[in-house]
Design a protein around this ligand. Structure first.
Ligand code: 9MR
Length: 321
């Protein structure tokens, strides 16, 4: 089982951060360092420095690196979104980006989120620069642009595992049904997809974990791997410390997700979006209302959630799986 976390290269020089990371995890994923807005300061430049820092740390500590992400409709650099490119130019830009980045990290990044968050809550393909604004040539053709990205990715690095990564399509809802249908279609037609990333940013403590387990099982039955890619379970914080029972309920969610993954042989990685409450996207995202979403506290001490996951991992997969 791969146990991973998102990392920020600027924090690797902090002793407690680096030592906890190296001791507890066998996989890392750059939280931002391999995104367009970091890698591509302008059309002519590839800046691999931050991504390379993550890879160097991982190699020094025998960890695998998951790449994130090659195609996303959001958080792209202004020169790209405001460049008034034609579809043909965008297709060329994206094809070149996927090829350059994957070849740079060939043999170092074992799995990539090729496409991130392309579907809306109804399961429809989201409007984006890559789909239909103006898109890379498949506007109005549903998941065809996603397929094209996977084909380019497979061409660039045939050995890398290629994932579709999505938010809020983890249980049973229209979005998870659409992911399922897309993957089924891709597998049937030989589109090179190896897995689905379930982000699992959980904002409530009564999450429907059995629904997540059922979704993992149905995806795995299609013959793809499932990675839990961005797990965090935030609790209300505000000015007070969180209530102890909130942290207990948080641990129950962590335990349930870990168990759901362990129970499905196709689920091969559990990764959190950061590991210490000292650094997490949740605080700024919720304007301080929620937080403490991760397995280690701000002082790098393991929380109840950590122990819950640890116990499930120690118990392992059910016999015969
Ligand atoms: O945590 C990430 C934050 O630091 C970035 O500012 C933001 C935009 O690039 O992305 C956050 O990570 C997101 C991830 O890439 C995709 N799924 C949702 C994550 C949380 O917003």
């Amino acid at each position: 089982m791969l146990i991973g976390t998102a990392v920020r290269p600027s924090q690797l020089s902090e002793t407690a951060y680096a030592s906890t990371l190296a001791r507890e995890y066998n996989m890392v994923e750059p939280e931002d360092a391999m995104k367009w807005w970091v890698l591509r300061p302008d059309a002519a430049t590839y800046d691999f420095r931050q991504g390379d820092d993550v890879v160097r740390f991982a190699q020094a500590h025998q960890m695998k690196v998951r790449g994130h992400c090659l195609v996303w409709g959001r958080y792209n650099p202004d020169w790209l979104t405001q460049g008034h490119f034609t579809s043909q130019q965008l297709a060329q830009l994206l094809h070149e980006h996927i090829t350059r980045v994957m070849k740079h990290y060939e043999g170092q990044v074992f799995a990539w989120d090729v496409v991130n968050e392309a579907l809306d809550e109804n399961g429809n393909v989201r409007d984006s620069i890559w789909y239909n604004q103006p898109g890379v040539g498949f506007a109005g053709k549903g998941t065809a642009y996603i397929e094209q990205a996977f084909r380019w990715a497979h061409e660039a690095d045939p050995k890398a595992l290629l994932f579709y990564n999505e938010a809020e399509g983890e249980g049973t809802n229209r979005k998870s049904d659409a992911i399922y249908a897309m993957v089924k279609d891709f597998k049937r037609r030989g589109v090179p997809i190896d897995g689905v990333g379930l982000q699992l940013h959980v904002p409530n403590l009564d999450a429907d974990v059995p629904a997540v387990a059922a979704n993992i099982a149905r995806l795995a039955a299609l013959g793809v791997q499932v990675h839990i890619t961005e797990l965090d379970v935030s609790v209300p914080v505000g000015s007070d410390a969180p209530r102890t029972d909130d942290l207990t309920r948080q641990a129950d969610v962590y335990r349930g997700i870990a168990r759901a993954c362990l129970n499905s042989p196709g689920c091969t990685a559990i990764q959190t979006w950061g590991f210490t409450d000292k650094y997490s996207w949740i605080g700024s995202h919720s304007r301080g209302a929620r937080g403490q979403a991760l397995p280690f506290d701000r002082a790098y001490q393991p929380k109840t959630a950590y122990r819950a996951v640890f116990e499930e991992l120690a118990a392992g997969r059910p016999a015969g799986r």
